[in-house]
Design a binder for this molecule. Structure first.
Ligand SMILES: *[C@@H]1O[C@H](CO)[C@@H](O)[C@H](O)[C@H]1NC(C)=O
Ligand SMILES: *[C@@H]1O[C@H](CO)[C@@H](O)[C@H](O)[C@H]1NC(C)=O
Ligand SMILES: *[C@@H]1O[C@H](CO)[C@@H](O)[C@H](O)[C@H]1NC(C)=O
Ligand SMILES: *[C@@H]1O[C@H](CO)[C@@H](O)[C@H](O)[C@H]1NC(C)=O
Ligand SMILES: *[C@@H]1O[C@H](CO)[C@@H](O)[C@H](O)[C@H]1NC(C)=O
Length: 347
């Protein structure tokens, strides 16, 4: 199916849901995207989720009403977009991109160089052959999206560090050394796609060895005009946020880059306790406020999904879940309310 056709189907479903609204339990005081403006408020979106619109009339209305940003959850990752060498498959990425562009979402390209969800053939390459394949991947993917869509940014290198601040020993590091990072950004810059270039990671939200290492690389690349932004994933556990989010974000902003919250979710043990649900609402407020404290340098917030129904959390962190703003039935949680209040500067 062409992405245009796929998109027409999606839009058709969205329109029919508008015509037949179901009773909803959303508060009347605003939406995430209105409260977040001029920042975007985004969500990771996967094709399986988008394709279930017909079964989820609540979703399509809420997605269009509530959100103003999207990140393809898996569709642009290397194993999906270049599963065999020089055989590119843009089908899934194009569906998410078409939906995002048609709804004027801020679209984040995710991602180009990452050790996980990597096509297996890449890990068999060595030396210059690996580098050539990487240049081809970055150039071909960015050029395709530049020609057909508008992307706000690309996560060029994802999760390049270990928690102790050393470089992660992925295939690029072991074959090419640490310069693979600035070199990947040099290639991405040369595509001149009009998209900002981001570096994205987790466990870098507070001040620690890993965020120190990231900051050093960001400062160096910023001095060479290779990087524009830093993504802080923010996959958190309820009640366990780093105490120094705001200070840590501020030192990256001081390095001259913008920042974004890119993959926010706050998980808890299942079944959720009342205390954890209340703590989760406070934790979402804390994250929003750490973003707002950076002024316009914090450009947006993205949650890693809309509803717990499609969240990666339960299958990745066994026994945990309930991490997003909407539960399995799309009912907004106290964290949804607290997020809107915080975005409006009221908490
Ligand atoms: C589609 O949505 C319905 C209603 O929310 C849900 O029960 C079902 O599991 C979803 N299907 C898929 C494939 O995600
Ligand atoms: C391309 O990806 C889509 C999923 O996004 C999949 O359905 C399709 O089979 C893939 N095409 C090929 C030729 O592998
Ligand atoms: C890598 O690409 C360059 C430039 O196209 C080419 O000269 C070189 O032979 C390639 N190296 C390998 C190992 O394929
Ligand atoms: C942080 O890095 C220092 C060396 O710079 C090392 O001594 C220390 O063990 C590291 N801490 C952690 C928690 O990895
Ligand atoms: C959210 O706020 C609205 C409006 O104040 C209220 O009606 C609703 O009960 C709240 N929902 C939750 C889950 O706190």
């Amino acid at each position: 199916m062409s992405s245009l056709l796929a998109f027409s189907l999606l839009l058709g479903n969205a329109l029919s849901a508008w015509a037949n609204p179901l009773p909803r339990q959303l508060p009347s005081f605003g939406t995430l995207k209105a409260a977040a403006a001029p920042r975007y408020f985004g969500a990771a979106l996967g094709v399986p989720h988008l394709m279930n619109f017909t079964h989820d009339p609540l979703f399509d209305v809420d997605a269009v009403l509530q959100f103003s940003g999207a990140t393809p959850e898996n569709e642009m990752k290397w194993m999906n977009i270049e599963p065999e060498r020089n055989m590119f498959n843009f089908t899934g990425g194009d569906i998410v991109a078409a939906f995002a562009n048609a709804n004027d979402y801020t679209l984040r390209g995710h991602n180009l160089v990452w050790y996980s969800q990597l096509a297996p053939w890449v890990e068999t390459l060595t030396g210059e052959d690996l580098w050539n394949a990487t240049v081809n991947h970055i150039t071909t993917v960015m050029t395709h999206y530049k020609e057909d869509f508008v992307l706000y940014c690309w996560d060029v290198v994802n999760e390049a560090f270990n928690d102790d601040g050393t470089y992660r020993e992925n295939v690029w590091y072991t074959q090419l050394g640490p310069d693979y990072i600035p070199n990947a950004y040099t290639v991405a810059r040369s595509v001149n796609s009009g998209s900002k270039l981001y570096i994205n990671d987790y466990n870098t939200e507070g001040i620690n060895n890993k965020s120190d290492a990231l900051l050093t690389v960001v400062q160096s690349m910023k001095a060479q005009n290779l990087v524009d932004g830093v993504g802080f994933q923010c996959h958190f556990i309820v009640g366990e946020l780093p105490p120094d989010l705001e200070q840590n974000f501020a030192r990256f902003v001081a390095a001259g880059v913008e920042i974004a919250i890119t993959e926010l979710d706050i998980r808890m043990n299942l079944p959720p306790s009342e205390a954890d649900i209340i703590q989760q609402a406070k934790d979402y407020t804390t994250v929003v406020n750490a973003c707002l404290a950076q002024g316009e340098a914090c450009v947006g917030i993205t949650t890693w999904g809309i509803t717990d129904l499609y969240s990666w959390v339960p299958s990745t962190f066994s026994g945990t879940g309930y991490a997003l703003l909407f539960d399995d039935n799309y009912v907004p949680k106290p964290a949804y309310n607290s997020t809107i209040y915080a975005l409006q500067g009221l908490a």
